[in-house]
Ligand binder design. Structure first.
Ligand SMILES: NC(=O)c1ccc[n+]([C@@H]2O[C@H](COP(=O)([O-])OP(=O)(O)OC[C@H]3O[C@@H](n4cnc5c(N)ncnc54)[C@H](OP(=O)(O)O)[C@@H]3O)[C@@H](O)[C@H]2O)c1
Length: 267
C-alpha cells in the first residue's frame, strides 16, 4: 500500500505514525511546507516513511493521499495538485470546515473527510469518515477495511460532524479531564500519581472493552457494580450531585465555538 500525507503538523504526523505502526509494510510518502517536520518523521520510521520535497512526488507515488492541512492551505494545495490527481485515488481531508462539494470541484478523485482522534496514535478509538456521492458501496467498504488498522472507522453524514466529533475526537480530552481529577483525589489519599494513572487507564480500557463488545451497556455496568447499600452506591450518590446538564452545556459550548470560528473566518 502506497500512502501519501501532505501536511505533517499535529494531525498529519499522528496519522502517519499511526499508519506506520499499524501497517509497517506500507510505503508512506510525506510532504510538509517546512522540510524539518517531514524529515524528522521519516527519520523515526526509516523503513516505512519517506519524506519528499515536492507535492508531485506524493501524488505520483501514492495510491491514496491524506491532506492534513488548515483550510486555506488545503485550498492552495488542492489548486496545485487537483489536475494531477487520478480518478481512483482517495483524497482524504482531515479538515472538517471545507465541504465535500468544494473538495470535488478541485479534482475527479474520490474525496472524503476523515476526523481522526488522538486515540489513533495507539491504533484504537474511532475515526469518523464522510464520503462524497462519488463513492460506490464497494469503494466505501474498501476504505473502511483499509483504514481499520488505525481504529474503528465510523461513517457519518457531513451535516452531523459536530456532535459526532465531540463523541470521538473531543471526548478523549473531556474524559482525561475527569480522569485527572480522579487521579489527583486518589493521590491526596496516598496513591502515587503514576500508579493512579496506570490503574485508571487500565480500568478505562477494561470498561471500554466491556461496553464496546456488548457484554454490558453503561446502565448494566452501574447496576453490576453498585450493590444497594454498598460502597460504590455511596460514591455514586456524590456523583449524582453533579449538575445533570453538564454534558448538555459541554456540547452546546463546542457547537457555539464552532459557529464563532466559522463566522469569524478563522477557518
Ligand atoms: N488538531 C486536531 O485535533 C484536529 C482534529 C481533527 C481535524 N483537524 C484538522 O486537521 C487539519 C490539520 O490540523 P493540525 O492540527 O494538524 O494543523 P497543524 O498542526 O497546523 O499542521 C498543519 C501542517 O500543514 C503544513 N502546511 C501548510 N501549508 C502547506 C503546504 N502548502 N504544503 C504542505 N504542508 C503545508 C504546515 O507546515 P509548517 O510546518 O510549514 O507550518 C503544518 O505542518 C486542520 O484542518 C484541522 O482543523 C485537527
Amino acid at each position: 500500500m502506497n500512502l501519501g500525507v501532505i501536511g505533517t503538523g499535529r494531525i498529519g504526523s499522528m496519522l502517519a505514525t499511526a499508519l506506520a505502526v499499524a501497517a509497517p509494510n506500507a510505503a508512506i510518502t510525506v510532504y510538509n511546507r517546512s522540510w524539518d517536520k517531514a524529515e524528522s518523521l521519516a527519520d523515526t520510521f526509516p523503513k516505512t516513511i519517506q519524506a519528499t520535497r515536492t507535492l508531485e512526488d506524493v501524488v505520483t507515488r501514492a495510491d491514496h493521499i491524506f491532506l492534513c492541512l488548515r483550510p486555506n492551505d488545503l485550498r492552495n494545495v488542492m489548486r496545485a495538485i487537483g489536475g494531477m490527481l487520478r480518478k481512483d485515488q482517495w483524497v482524504i481531508s482531515t479538515c472538517s470546515s471545507i465541504s465535500l462539494y468544494e473538495l470535488e470541484t478541485f479534482c475527479d478523485s474520490l474525496v472524503c473527510k476523515l476526523i481522526p482522534s488522538v486515540t489513533q496514535r495507539a491504533n484504537a478509538g474511532v475515526a469518523l469518515v464522510m464520503f462524497s456521492e462519488r463513492w460506490r458501496e464497494h469503494q466505501r467498504n474498501a476504505f473502511v477495511d483499509t483504514l481499520s488498522c488505525i481504529g474503528r472507522i465510523h461513517t457519518i453524514a457531513e451535516e452531523d460532524v459536530r456532535i459526532y466529533s465531540d463523541l470521538t475526537s473531543c471526548a478523549p480530552a473531556f474524559f482525561s479531564h475527569l480522569a485527572l481529577s480522579f487521579q489527583k483525589a486518589a493521590h491526596q489519599k496516598g496513591v502515587d500519581m503514576a500508579t493512579a494513572q496506570m490503574l485508571i487507564a487500565h480500568m478505562m480500557e477494561g470498561l471500554g472493552t466491556l461496553v464496546a463488545s456488548d457484554i454490558y451497556d453503561f446502565t448494566t455496568v452501574i447496576e453490576r457494580v453498585a450493590v444497594p447499600g454498598g460502597v460504590t452506591e455511596a460514591g455514586l450518590k456524590e456523583l449524582t450531585k453533579m449538575d445533570e446538564s453538564l454534558f448538555d452545556r459541554v456540547l452546546d459550548a463546542t457547537a457555539r465555538r464552532q459557529r464563532e470560528i466559522l463566522d469569524g473566518g478563522q477557518h
